[in-house]
Write a protein that binds this ligand. Structure first.
Ligand code: SF4
Ligand code: SF4
Length: 375
């Protein structure tokens, strides 16, 4: 086995948390809050959702106990790293009134250095897509850049597929291939519980050198690979991406848009949970005394009426137009705009849609191939 393929015992993983702390990282990973798995600060492995799995379906999410003490025995929750790299609410500037006019109050708080612990392959792909959006063009988003530059990523390969997952269709998972510092696969074999890992960067190698580990045997490596391969075969959903852009462009007047609009609440949940959606609005406001003014940026959505208001009127007055905008952007115009699909197959928009609207079904209804959900 290659030197960069290693095995950690559970104690080694605990040491990794300490090593991250020693290097000044705030370690964010899966934790349980309000009966969902959300990002929280990790101090020990016990902060992880130990022995829990998530059950997901269109409009349905619940946590259930597992029969084993797996640390990563679930898929993705409603949040993604977007929450931290592209915050939902961000102050862009603050100004205070002076006798002469106003002065800009500079931000003095240093940004935390985040280590993401337990990111899935689809989330790594989502970060790469957002990198392209925020950093790939001639105008870079300095707020995203400052956060992104100091991030460290420990990925975990999926060893079970969720009902709403279709990462294999989007070529984004279940195995992390790039964009990580360390990547692990959790293996539970009888009484043995260990993590087979790969190094993805110099920072990852440096961390690994600080904790107890040993080279992976061929049998251990193959065992981990088999678990991930099995996950790839068990995707809950599927989406045929061949000719997808053309399919959508040819069907802008398909009656299905009207049909889905009859179910869609225009609530925007799908855009808020999506790890790649990036639209924002900017607002200026003052405090009650009129002494302090702030400019803030907050997540917005193509489903809100105000977001589509240009001078003189709203360009997307109907839910039909808004849903069509969202879906065609994700799967078609994103390709023209950024050179990739805007979807990584994480399934969040399906699970967290209150009425269970499923983009794979909507595409299928317009002529795309839909792979039946598996029990
Ligand atoms: S569109 Fe849906 S499935 Fe695709 S990345 Fe966004 S939330 Fe995940
Ligand atoms: S598709 Fe679902 S989540 Fe998205 S706006 Fe419509 S009802 Fe809300």
């Amino acid at each position: 086995m290659s030197k960069s393929q290693f095995v950690l015992e559970r104690s080694g993983l605990e040491q990794l948390l300490q090593a991250l702390k020693n290097e000044g990282y705030v370690t964010l990973g899966p934790t349980v809050r309000e009966r969902a798995i959300v990002f929280g600060e990790l101090h020990t492995l016990e902060d992880l959702p130990v022995g829990l799995k998530d059950w997901q379906e269109g409009g349905t999410y619940r946590l259930e106990p597992r029969a084993d003490p797996a640390l990563f025995g679930y898929n993705v929750g409603p949040q993604s790293p977007k929450q931290f790299l592209h915050p939902p609410l961000l102050r862009l500037l603050r100004a205070s009134k002076t006798a002469q006019g106003f002065e800009i109050v500079s931000e003095t708080e240093p940004l935390p250095k985040y280590a993401f612990f337990g990111l899935r392959a689809c989330e790594l792909q989502a970060i790469q897509i957002q990198d392209q959006v925020f950093l790939g063009g001639p105008y870079q988003d300095s707020h995203y850049k400052a956060r992104r530059e100091q991030v460290l990523i420990l990925a975990v390969n999926c060893t079970q597929a969720g009902n709403a997952c279709f990462c294999t269709s989007m070529n984004s998972g279940p195995k992390a291939r790039a964009g990580f510092d360390l990547a692990l696969t959790e293996v539970l074999e009888g009484d043995r519980h260990y993590f087979v890992g790969a190094v993805g960067s110099g920072a990852g190698a440096r961390l690994l050198n600080q904790i107890a580990h040993r080279p992976a045997s061929e049998r251990e490596w193959n065992q981990a690979e088999a678990l991930v391969d099995q996950t790839a075969r068990n995707m809950g959903r599927g989406l045929n991406t061949e000719g997808l852009k053309e399919l959508l462009y040819q069907n802008l007047d398909h009656p299905r848009w009207e049909e889905v609009a009859g179910r869609c609440l225009s609530c925007g949940n799908c855009t808020q949970v999506c790890p790649t959606c990036f639209c924002t609005s900017v607002e200026d406001h003052t405090d009650l005394t009129g002494q302090i003014a702030e400019r803030t940026r907050h997540w917005d959505s193509c489903f809100t009426a105000d977001f589509s208001y240009l001078h003189g009127g709203n360009v997307r007055v109907s839910t039909r137009a808004r849903y069509r905008q969202w879906l065609t952007h994700k799967l078609a115009t994103w390709q023209d705009q950024f050179g990739s699909l805007g979807c990584v197959g994480c399934g969040r928009c399906i699970t967290w849609c209150p009425v269970g609207i499923d983009l794979t079904e909507e595409v299928a209804a317009m002529g795309g191939v839909h792979v039946q959900n598996q029990p």
